[in-house]
Design a protein around this ligand. Structure first.
Ligand code: PEP
Ligand code: MG
Length: 577
């Protein structure tokens, strides 16, 4: 028996036999060839074969997992058709007389390196796609067939170095009960896949493929990040108990799905979800969210090779609005810049991109682009309760400038006799300290605030949100952050028909829920999976108690002290998280 600890990627506890999925290493040597034509044919046949395989996997993925997973394989097929890839390989064969397998390897590696070096998660995911496609073509050139996971005899936990989209799409989902891998992070494909299949996963275990044998009994505990191999009877019993407890807890959460987010003494709040694309709406509905608190529209732009047209945007916004006939949908205007770039919009390198031409600042520079988006949102606004939200606002002047452009768009639509909701709500993200401090001034121009703690922490504490070296300073519980939040909610309480929400990660943190409630937050927007747990907490306290807890926290000196205090307060209220 032994226990190892890794990264929690998907919650839950599973006990099952292990299946070690080791891929055959693809041996490729730098062989020179004379018959370049024959080598090109070999490559082209492998590409054709790969296309056929990808189409079959795409169909299976759509029927078992949905459109979004199917789209991964469309993207793979696009790599196969990419002239830079195809011509790159053919040039290596023709010009350098390289064998097809070696040519594929070096061109794939070259592409992989370019994308892998980008910080943005979207482009890192593209790097993984390229690697996956490259090894598929290589296998087809070399005539190698990998182990088949599509038909399994019994329930298993998959043990692997890492899992690619092709691996997971082909898997026999009825039999795969969990994942444990050597590498991977919370945002890697394996993690995302495990969460969408709702199976426990622990990743980043280092050498789990070396230490576990096929058929070993294993426990993967996606709540603690521990895996236990060949547990003793006593351990097994205790894991079984823990598993049961977790299942009971899930049932309890499930039962809350259609209930309101209301405190014991009757204060109602709104629990809504953050989305990156229309498909994410399903998760919010499934978890009992009543609307969208943050639609990060930049993904619509980033997932496209050309600027998305007004029609394309209109269709996307409309579909989200129609999913929530009775709930708000907050559409954030383009937040590009910082670490996010668009391939079709040239931008100069900046010394401090997070302090540079980002979000609303870029939209003011590219007014044409901004207006296309505003027109699309306005036109979609007749299909639900659209709210327009401007990101990276630092002063009232910017709000006025943005609203003036919005008004221009409204006039254009009037002239064109295109309908839109004339009472559409307009709000801003409070994510720059100056906006939080001057919230009372900014409130005059808008209908709502949404606090973006991800950036508010970054800018208030002067901590790069992506720099591991200083991540210890990145603390939403820091008293300075709590005071800013209080200042914003206190301001908003003074204005009628106005609300303050939060769409930063803090809104979905179970430890922060009571504090935020007590600080007067009305709307909590988070990743869909967090909604049930936050609802349970809200429904288990009184607003009066939450206010007392928040007031006491506001007088404390450090983030640790505050967190410790909240934890103890929650224990007293019998809130086990
Ligand atoms: C935030 O800054 O808190 C936020 C929600 O926006 P993003 O994470 O997209 O910057
Ligand atoms: Mg932000």
């Amino acid at each position: 028996m032994f226990i190892k600890e890794g990264i929690i990627a998907s919650p839950g506890i599973v006990i099952a036999k292990s299946l070690v999925y080791e891929k055959i290493q693809l041996e490729v040597n730098k062989n020179k060839i004379n018959d370049t034509e024959a080598e090109i044919v070999k490559f082209q046949n492998a590409v054709k074969h790969s296309h056929q395989q990808l189409e079959a996997i795409r169909i299976k993925a759509i029927s078992e997992l949905g459109e979004e997973e199917g789209a991964i394989f469309e993207a793979h097929a696009m790599v196969l058709d990419d002239p830079e890839f195809v011509e790159g390989v053919e040039a290596e064969i023709n010009n350098n007389h390289l064998a097809a397998d070696y040519a594929v390897k070096i061109v794939t590696d070259r592409f992989f390196d370019i994308f892998d070096q980008m910080d943005d998660p979207y482009f890192s995911a593209r790097a993984a796609d390229i690697k996956d496609v490259g090894s598929r073509v290589l296998q087809n050139i070399l005539g190698i067939v990998q182990a088949d996971l599509s038909q399994l005899e019994e329930d298993v936990i998959i043990i692997a170095d890492d899992l690619t989209p092709s691996d997971t799409a082909q898997m026999d989902k009825k039999r795969v009960m969990g994942f444990a891998t050597n590498i991977g992070s919370r945002t890697s494909h394996t993690a995302i896949m495990a969460r969408s299949l709702e199976i426990p996963a622990v990743l980043g275990l280092g050498d789990i493929t070396k230490t576990v044998k096929n058929g070993d009994l294993m426990v993967v505990n996606g709540l603690t990040g521990k895996v236990c191999v060949n547990p003793s009877d006593e351990q097994l019993q205790s894991y079984e108990k823990e598993k049961q407890k977790y299942q009971d807890y899930l049932k309890e959460l499930e039962a809350l799905k259609d209930l309101e987010a209301i405190t014991l003494d009757g204060r109602k709040v709104e629990l809504v979800g953050n989305i990156g694309e229309p498909n994410d709406v399903a998760g919010i509905l499934k978890n009992g969210g009543v609307g969208v608190g943050l639609y990060r529209t930049e993904f619509l732009y980033m997932n496209s090779d050309v600027m998305p047209s007004e029609e394309k945007q209109f269709a996307a916004y409309r579909s989200v609005l129609e999913a929530f006939p009775n709930g708000p949908v907050i559409i954030r205007t383009l937040d590009i810049g910082g670490d996010k770039k668009l391939p079709y919009l040239p931008m100069d390198d900046e010394l401090n991109p997070f302090l540079g031409l980002r979000a609303i600042r870029l939209c003011f520079k590219e007014v044409g682009l901004f207006k296309i988006q505003l027109r699309a949102i306005l036109r979609a606004s007749v299909y639900g309760q659209a709210h327009i939200m401007f990101p990276m606002i630092s002063s009232i002047t910017e709000v006025r400038q943005a609203k003036a452009i919005l008004l221009d768009c409204m006039k254009e639509l009037d002239q064109e006799q295109l309908p839109y909701d004339k009472t559409v709500k307009v709000g801003v993200m409070i994510e720059i300290p100056s906006a939080a401090i001057a919230a009372d001034i900014i409130a005059k121009e808008v209908d709502f605030f949404s606090i973006g703690t991800n950036d508010l922490c970054q800018y208030t504490l002067a901590v790069d949100r992506m720099n591991q070296e200083v991540s210890y300073l990145y603390d939403p519980f820091n008293p300075a952050i709590l005071r800013l939040i209080k200042q914003v909610t206190a301001t908003s309480e003074k204005k009628d028909n106005f609300f303050t929400g939060m769409c930063g990660e803090m809104a979905g943190d179970p430890l922060a829920a009571i504090l935020l409630l007590g600080l007067g937050l009305y709307e909590f927007s988070m990743s869909a999976l967090s909604i049930p747990q936050i609802k349970k907490i809200i429904r288990s306290v009184t607003y009066e108690d939450a206010k007392k807890i928040a007031d006491a926290a506001l007088n404390m000196e450090t983030g640790e002290e505050i967190m410790d205090f909240v934890q103890k307060s929650m224990k007293k209220l019998n809130l086990d998280i």
